[in-house]
Design a protein around this ligand. Structure first.
Ligand SMILES: NC(=O)c1ccc[n+]([C@@H]2O[C@H](COP(=O)([O-])OP(=O)(O)OC[C@H]3O[C@@H](n4cnc5c(N)ncnc54)[C@H](OP(=O)(O)O)[C@@H]3O)[C@@H](O)[C@H]2O)c1
Length: 304
């Protein structure tokens, strides 16, 4: 298959390129320099030349604070950009695989969210991503929307300009010897190489629709940090932060654990426990795109 990957130099996009290439597909890597999602003409022209069978969209404006400051831009990229892709995919009779987020939920539930649960985003980022989902689902004749959460990969997250949560924890431990982490926000931390492999598996199916795709199980950020330090044998004083100790400028869901119900019901769920994904990441991430510059720059936080 000819597969066009949008956001190809991103944290997830680079692993998607690697996974499709490893599976023997012909991959066309598109970066922001090649194509601006918000511009219909550019999307139609660039993809029209390549004529892919599958378009995978990993690109987004997903820095939560920035989205709040620039809502029109966030909507142009995450909403209208997805619409542009959906219209173009139809022109090319291509399958559109579109990556979305757990931030479409408000986090008031205390059991994992399923695909049938009603979304209710708390912020501009979540709202614009939800708009993108709706455009893709209502326009693209062949589509697979995959919601994931708490992602970390070997390549730096470009939107946050640096380290993922795992590397931030290890850096703080090395530099400060003591770390305080929130214990009242729950996610399923998911290794990007595993999302990429799931995307390849999904692309081989004839399925259309909305899918949750995260590592199995869940934890608080504190529990995630504890596992990182345990697996790496890091000596550090780890403490749970008091509720409200690190107030976020923009509201975020406190609980955004997803259940991969649709993948499971079709026998397609490839995800293992989040602890297994973390172990794999720490074992130099076999199956992941090679890292250009590990521990590259400034610290960043969890999802956007
Ligand atoms: N990070 C998380 O924890 C998390 C959780 C759930 C879901 N997600 C979703 O996962 C996906 C991938 O995230 P990631 O961490 O891999 O992101 P990332 O490293 O920031 O990569 C995003 C890519 O998209 C490109 N891009 C941004 N705006 C664009 C535009 N207007 N037109 C074309 N390309 C554009 C970026 O290029 P430039 O950097 O050159 O602009 C970059 O290559 C996103 O859809 C995000 O919403 C992320």
């Amino acid at each position: 298959m000819k597969v066009a990957v949008i956001g190809a130099n991103g944290q997830l996009g680079s692993d998607v390129v690697y996974a499709f290439s490893s599976a023997g597909d012909s991959v066309q890597s598109l970066t922001h320099a090649d194509l601006e999602l918000a511009e219909m003409e550019a999307v139609a022209r660039v993809l029209g030349k390549l004529r892919p069978d599958v378009i995978v969209n990993t690109a987004a404006m997903h820095n939560v604070d920035k989205c709040e400051q620039e809502p029109a831009k966030a909507y142009a990229v995450n909403g209208i950009g997805s619409r542009n892709l959906a219209l173009t995919a139809n022109e090319l009779a291509a399958l559109l695989i579109h990556v979305s987020t757990d931030y479409v939920f408000d986090g008031n539930k205390r059991t994992p969210y399923e695909e049938t649960d009603a979304p209710l985003p708390l912020n501009v980022y979540g709202n614009t991503k939800l708009a993108g989902e709706y455009y893709v689902r209502s326009i693209a004749k062949r589509h697979q929307v995959l919601r994931t959460s708490g992602i970390y990969g070997k390549q730096p997250c470009r939107a946050k300009g640096g380290l993922n949560f795992v590397e931030i924890m290890l850096k703080l431990a090395r530099e400060k010897g003591k770390v305080r982490v929130v214990d009242d926000e729950f996610v399923s931390p998911t290794f990007t190489a595993e999302i990429a492999e799931q995307i390849v598996a999904l692309s081989r199916s004839e399925l259309n629709g909305l899918f949750h795709g995260t590592a199995e199980g869940s934890c608080s950020w504190f529990e995630f940090a504890r596992e990182i330090f345990a697996l790496t044998g890091t000596k550090v004083v780890l403490e749970a932060a008091a509720p409200g100790e690190f107030p976020a400028k923009v509201p975020r869901p406190k609980y955004s654990v997803l259940e991969n119900r649709m993948l499971k019901s079709h026998g397609l769920n490839r995800f293992r426990l989040w602890q297994d994904g973390l172990r794999r990441y720490l074992d130099v991430g076999a199956g992941s795109a090679p890292s250009e510059s590990p521990l590259a720059s400034a610290a960043i936080g969890p999802e956007a």
